[in-house]
Design a protein around this ligand. Sequence first.
Ligand SMILES: C[S@@+](CC[C@H](N)C(=O)[O-])C[C@H]1O[C@@H](n2cnc3c(N)ncnc32)[C@H](O)[C@@H]1O
Length: 255
Amino acid sequence: MSDQTVEHYERVAADYDEHWSYDPDYVRRFSDAIVDSLRLTRSDVIADIGCGTGLYTRRLCRDVEPEKPVLCVDPVSAMLDRLPPSARMRPVVASAEDLATGRVELPDADRVDAIILKESLHHVASREETLAGLAGLLSRHGRLLVVMLPRTIHHPLFREAHERFAQLQPEPAEIVDMVSAAGLRASVSYRTFHTAIDRERYVRMLEARYMSVLGEFSDDELRAGIDQFRHAYRNDPVLRFDDHFAFIKGWVKPG
Ligand SMILES: C[S@@+](CC[C@H](N)C(=O)[O-])C[C@H]1O[C@@H](n2cnc3c(N)ncnc32)[C@H](O)[C@@H]1O
């Protein structure tokens, strides 16, 4: 993981939840989609890799009530420090690569039933090897879910941010192939979350570089981008857009 990524998440950790919980219903709908997609049950041993502050993990724990604590894995301690104390969530300071290679062992389990990678895989350098290593941690009825944005998104970002995002973001179809190459039965579906945010709130999110792609811009470039944004949305006090996410699933094959 690059120093830039670590610095980015160390900087945004304190305000991360505030930026993303502008609509509590969004978190609930998203968590429901993950639970539904992985068909999570109470008896599953679950690892949320790149869980960040646990914004979605918390909700998921409330709904699934897992018997064993969810392994909340993230390499940036500042993000994990925001997890609320809970017997249902166990923080593990590690990257996806650490777990995949065995550099860090799963605490209290040698297998997991469900792995969630929500908006974290784009930070992983060697994705194919890492997905294969993670697939090797799954139990006989194991499932893995990668949730990611496609390269083209409808967030009301400024032009340069859209362009940079498209350069950095992996293509979901490539990830499906990697999940399949890891020996899992792979499939992809898309889910859409309707989003509405007050424009001024969104300006604050841009200023705080709420998406990691915004960390690619200098202060001056960001300021220019925000001016561009303000001009483009000058007649829209509330921004409405559709957030499309790829849900890429990998199921352990029977036998
Ligand atoms: C966009 S945030 C998503 C956090 C959380 N899953 C959510 O949806 O709110 C990306 C997270 O991935 C973590 N991350 C960065 N590099 C990683 C890696 N190599 N392995 C696992 N997680 C990583 C970051 O620290 C950050 O918490």
